[in-house]
Design a protein around this ligand. Sequence first.
Ligand SMILES: *[C@@H]1O[C@H](CO)[C@@H](O)[C@H](O)[C@H]1NC(C)=O
Ligand SMILES: *[C@@H]1O[C@H](CO)[C@@H](O)[C@H](O)[C@H]1NC(C)=O
Ligand SMILES: *[C@@H]1O[C@H](CO)[C@@H](O)[C@H](O)[C@H]1NC(C)=O
Ligand SMILES: *[C@@H]1O[C@H](CO)[C@@H](O)[C@H](O)[C@H]1NC(C)=O
Ligand SMILES: *[C@@H]1O[C@H](CO)[C@@H](O)[C@H](O)[C@H]1NC(C)=O
Ligand SMILES: *[C@@H]1O[C@H](CO)[C@@H](O)[C@H](O)[C@H]1NC(C)=O
Length: 485
Amino acid sequence: MFFKISILAGLISQLLADDPYSCAGTQTINPPANISNSISYPSNWQTSNDAPQYAANQNCTFTVNIPKGMFVFLQMKATTDPSSILTMTDSTGYQNIIKMTSLEPYFLMDPSFTVSLQSVKSGTFAMSMTWHNVNPTFPTTYQVHPNSTPLYLAGGDFDNSTVIESETKVNLLALPPTLIITDVTPYLRNTQVYDGPSTDSKHVGNLYQIVANGNRFVSSGKYLTLWSLIPGFANIGNSVILQDYFDVKDFKTYKPINCLLDPCKVEIDARTGTAAAIRYNPAYFFVKDISMPETNKLSVYTDFVTPAHKLADYTSSISKTNTPQKLFGRFNTFVLNQDQAVITLFFDPEKAGWATAVDSRRGFFMSPNYALNSSNQNINDKVSAFSSISNISYTVDRSAISGAATLNVLITSKQKVVVNNTFSTTNFPGGNEWTVGDTISVIYNSNGVSTTGAFVSFGFDHYNSATTNGVLISTALAIWIMFSS
Ligand SMILES: *[C@@H]1O[C@H](CO)[C@@H](O)[C@H](O)[C@H]1NC(C)=O
Ligand SMILES: *[C@@H]1O[C@H](CO)[C@@H](O)[C@H](O)[C@H]1NC(C)=O
Ligand SMILES: *[C@@H]1O[C@H](CO)[C@@H](O)[C@H](O)[C@H]1NC(C)=O
Ligand SMILES: *[C@@H]1O[C@H](CO)[C@@H](O)[C@H](O)[C@H]1NC(C)=O
Ligand SMILES: *[C@@H]1O[C@H](CO)[C@@H](O)[C@H](O)[C@H]1NC(C)=O
Ligand SMILES: *[C@@H]1O[C@H](CO)[C@@H](O)[C@H](O)[C@H]1NC(C)=O
């Protein structure tokens, strides 16, 4: 959207251009005596005008000074043909290559930034700069710890500066805005990143740069500071995920998953080593499909990556039978050991096809906060066979039955109850069980008690009526983990 607008603006400005101007040489631009006034290049250019045309074959460099305690709001209008190069380099040395822009916002820190144009053919260029005094900040401090739930903060949380304190280092992942009617991602340049405990620490860039490079930022010490120069951009809906580096140090690459629409394809590339991608999502979603070679393994974890929080391992051979899978948990992390994988995610249960199982299907029902101590763990869900009848098996493998919490597994056939097992502290579940039916329902009720929730695996297989008459058979001993309340 943003690029479409800038293309149109660029074409119009070329059509209306006057004689091309010359800017050759090096120019220094200092703040005006009265910073209420903006400075433009060429002078008298206004942001509502089209950008004037510059001449071919000239090199121009503008150095714009920013005194300490100020920042500059920069907007450019430009179109450069592929043979010419327009760049803007900020105070951290980050280089923005500009092909076409129409008033995209830049927020620039002291001591200076440089705009440089190497023109081979003629194009258009103009810029407007406004100096602002930085506001005083009243920082809020958050802590992240090893072996802990990640910290999720939203854009508005940085308006007064936010300091994150870790025990090892701070791992920062940044997500783009959720507002998508127009591209507001460039406003993430408003939020500055400092490698240390305050806004006086080393300035290392902004959230836009972290989103654009698609990878993480790790602090050099225990602290990281985030600060939005201009408050009030909370409504664009950007966010960050913060963790103690200890929890994510084994990942060669690590990125956040940004899904706003169905379907959402997530690519994970572990060709250089273990790769991980984390998703923040307060409700459930579905893994619809996993596509990967036969050589690798994709593991899914809830909350943070630790053996006790593993939900499933997927290999190429089971990736079709074990999906779609409904996942809960505020955070889910996908970890790939090698090669590449493409995971397709959905929000919509119907489009994902969660509730209908063909024979050979495997999956699990999980509590909303499974593996965490929470009173919000209730499950009330069901999956039905695609064919009229299947061999339905289940294992209550990792569920907290404590205090008043109860778990009910119901298997029905043409709406008639075949199995109705209610588990409680006085009736613990057994191992893998199977029967013949068309629907499995799982109801977990924590009854107000805080528990680590329930996890019930299920399977649908072709039922061969010659083998048995469908009596419930307990086949294995309980793989039972008891959680004391
Ligand atoms: C600074 O410029 C603004 C806007 O042009 C004007 O209103 C204000 O009076 C000026 N301040 C001084 C001290 O000249
Ligand atoms: C502009 O700078 C480039 C790179 O330094 C150089 O190759 C080119 O000849 C220069 N062009 C002009 C017109 O000075
Ligand atoms: C920052 O905190 C100060 C002190 O609590 C408060 O007065 C001010 O309004 C806050 N500013 C923003 C942008 O939230
Ligand atoms: C779980 O949370 C409850 C309520 O917050 C608390 O009373 C209980 O001690 C916790 N249990 C564990 C095992 O952490
Ligand atoms: C039903 O499925 C279970 C679990 O896969 C298996 O152990 C059992 O033998 C199957 N029963 C029949 C009749 O196929
Ligand atoms: C299952 O059994 C429980 C009690 O054990 C009962 O309350 C419930 O109504 C039964 N469900 C169905 C569908 O029969």
